[in-house]
Design a protein around this ligand. Structure first.
Ligand code: NAD
Ligand code: DAU
Length: 353
């Protein structure tokens, strides 16, 4: 691993991964390609561990010419592909960019890598970052998803991610492209855009705005602290077997409503107000096709690569709440980003019961 192309490295997980990789790999140079959509920001890339080994390029993963040029000019040997449209609610209100970026963009990257690397992919790696949502929705007593669970995506977001996973796997089997894939559960932690559940709840609470819980709040997600995800991807890059998929998850199963209450109680302690933040919890109209439960079986990555999450949900949540409290400048810059308030209006005004 020498010249690493990270796509989507100005987003939440990508920017955390850039920081992580600069720390653990002292000799890599990262070429960070990001279109800077509403979800990406250079604010996420301030104070990197070593700026001299990081080059930012603003551009679209669907731009074949640009990607071809990057591969050739910088002798890219490793791709870590995060760039995506990532928010389920946005995919419901406007699916087109999801098909464009997640399907066509992934195809463009795979095809460019195939042409640049030729039939001999030795010393090369294309790592595709995906999600547990491709497996669909579990009932309360169903066993957790394994790597061989059938794909059954149920939102435009997860369907587009499933399509991209299939393409990545097809490039391994058909062309021998040195592909690995990870499917991960819900991430949380520093630099997450405040459209997702945890940062949205923290920021709404601090502004004493309603905390909008969809439906009955009894949906279950498996939550993973973002740094643990970065470590898992790194181990797969180093030691994962080509053509293989690895499930990654945090091993917890809270109801959404309990998670929101936990955020409130951490805030009650760290930033006490006259009334408890729990009073702001408001049940709102559910997400259409809302997946009820996800759970990940991480036996394979644990046995093969020795990976286990280092953070439990209690310590990870506390660290996250503190991070948002301590980074008011980041919060203020991100909240002013184009379209954020419009999104809140678009997604939540129609949800009032
Ligand atoms: P994010 O929305 O925070 O960041 C996505 C980044 O991709 C942004 O910086 C955006 O500007 C960039 N981008 C979007 N379209 C682009 C395009 N056409 N060309 C170049 N850049 C583009 O997303 P995230 O939460 O960091 O997720 C990163 C990846 O991890 C995604 O592939 C997502 O499916 C996957 N994933 C996310 C989670 C999660 O809980 N957030 C869990 C599992 C997997
Ligand atoms: O499971 C992995 C996936 O996790 C990733 O692939 C996605 O990119 C990521 O966005 C996330 O998807 P979710 O839809 O699970 O995350 P989100 O934070 O949007 O919602 C988490 C849960 O909280 C979900 O059950 C919906 C609910 N929710 C969400 C929001 C934004 C609410 O109740 N209220 C809200 O306002």
């Amino acid at each position: 691993m020498k010249n690493v192309l990270v796509t989507g490295g100005a987003g939440f997980i990508g920017s955390n991964f850039v920081r992580y990789l600069l720390k653990v790999e002292p000799n890599v140079h990262i070429f960070n390609l990001d279109a800077l959509t509403y979800a990406g920001s250079l604010e996420n890339l301030k104070n990197l561990p070593d700026e001299t080994r990081h080059t930012f390029i603003q551009g679209d993963i669907c731009n074949e010419q640009l990607i071809g040029k990057l591969f050739h000019e910088h002798q890219i040997d490793t791709v870590v592909h995060f760039a995506a449209e990532s928010h389920v609610d946005r995919s419901i209100l406007g699916p087109a960019p999801f098909v464009q970026t997640n399907v066509i963009g992934t195809f463009t990257l795979l095809e460019t890598a195939r042409q640049a690397w030729g039939p001999d992919g030795s010393g090369k790696r294309f790592h595709h970052v995906s999600t547990d949502e491709v497996f669909g929705s579990l009932s309360p007593d169903d066993p957790a998803f394994t790597e061989s669970t059938s794909y059954e995506p149920r939102s435009p977001y997860s369907a587009s991610k499933a399509a991209s996973d299939h393409l990545a796997r097809a490039y391994f089997h058909t062309y021998g492209l040195p592909v690995t894939i990870t499917n991960c559960s819900n991430n949380y932690g520093p630099y997450q855009f405040p459209e997702k559940l945890i940062p949205l709840m923290i920021l709404n609470a601090l502004q004493r705005k309603p905390l909008p819980v969809y439906g009955d709040g009894k949906q279950i997600r498996d939550w993973l602290f973002v740094e643990d995800h970065c470590e898992a991807i790194y181990l797969v890059l180093k030691n994962g077997r080509l053509g293989e998929t690895y499930n990654i998850g945090g091993g917890n199963q809270p109801y959404n409503i309990d998670l929101v209450k936990e955020i409130c109680s951490i805030l009650d302690e760290l930033k006490p107000a006259a009334k408890s933040y729990t009073e702001l919890i408001t049940y709102v109209v559910d997400r259409p096709g809302h997946d009820r439960r996800y759970a990940m079986d991480i036996t394979k990555i644990r046995n093969e690569l020795g990976w286990m999450p280092k953070h439990d949900i209690e310590s990870g949540l506390r660290e996250t709440v503190k991070w948002y409290l301590d980074h008011v400048n980041w919060v203020s810059a991100i909240s002013k980003q184009a379209g954020y308030n419009d999104w809140l209006e678009k997604n939540y005004a129609r949800r009032e019961k």
